[in-house]
Design a protein around this ligand. Structure first.
Ligand SMILES: [Zn+2]
Length: 247
């Protein structure tokens, strides 16, 4: 016979929204585990949700969705193989950051990522070692940040690269500030013509004006970036309907 739940009058509601390790208790469920313990719904820092017995949380037995243990295993398995441990920690936190922005609804930047449909590709999401190897093969260095070339694209091998923090924030800032909807493209207030511009290392290295549409200006800017192999973010110009949405 299954053991009945412990009917002691613990008011579990007091634990709502409390943090246990990486987990936050978001809801007390009307549901028991197989061995008769009351379950709660928890959200993990990594973005996963899961059900777990409340008492395991309170006792400190369960501290993550399982991601913590996975990390430890990865560390153990990769330490001797192909890496310095310091790198693994840093690269793991890069992946965690991506997952949080894309899947953890309460992350402060979620609206710019998961909220816009940006995802982390399956390969990386499910297998840290694949991401890890990609990082080392693609110029990862301590202090660099992961960047998506196409701001509307996902975190995936073909859309990502490592850039300095300065470049990353430059790209982000331009996007927020300007009015054309394109990075580095502005519209002249009086003649309504567009110009494109690129600044690099405190110098204006490209300035062209007189474009009738923002898209034309964006194409010229993109070409310049590609030709000169610059670290700047490209504008998405492929979709014509984007034009009407952004301008
Ligand atoms: Zn987790």
């Amino acid at each position: 016979m299954k053991r009945k739940t412990n009917k002691s009058r613990i008011n579990y509601n007091q634990y709502l929204n409390c943090i246990f390790g990486r987990l936050k208790l978001v809801k007390i469920l009307d549901e028991m585990s197989n061995d008769g313990r009351l379950l709660a719904l928890v959200e993990c820092d990594c973005g996963n949700e899961k059900k777990t017995p409340i008492r395991n949380l309170i006792k400190g037995v369960t501290k993550s969705c399982g991601c913590f243990n996975k990390e430890q295993i990865i560390k153990r398995n990769t330490k001797h193989g192909f890496a310095k441990v310091g790198n693994i920690d840093k690269i793991y936190s890069v992946l965690m950051g991506m997952k949080q922005r894309c899947y953890y609804k309460k992350h402060k930047d979620y609206h710019n990522y998961g909220g816009r449909g940006i995802t982390v590709c399956d390969e990386w999401r499910k297998d840290f070692t694949k991401f890890y190897k990609w990082c080392l093969d693609n110029g990862y260095k301590k202090g660099l940040e992961i960047d998506r070339r196409n701001n509307d694209g996902n975190y995936s091998p073909d859309n990502c690269r490592f850039v300095t923090h300065q470049i990353n924030s430059l790209n982000r800032r331009k996007r927020i500030d300007n009015t054309s909807g394109y990075i580095g493209i502005t519209c002249h207030k009086i003649n309504k013509l567009y110009s494109c511009q690129i600044n690099y290392k405190n110098k204006k290295i490209l300035y062209k004006s007189g474009f009738k549409t923002a898209r034309e200006a964006a194409i010229v800017r993109n070409e310049y970036i590609i030709e000169n192999n610059l670290p700047h973010k490209l504008n998405v110009v492929g979709l014509l309907n984007l034009e009407s949405r952004l301008c």
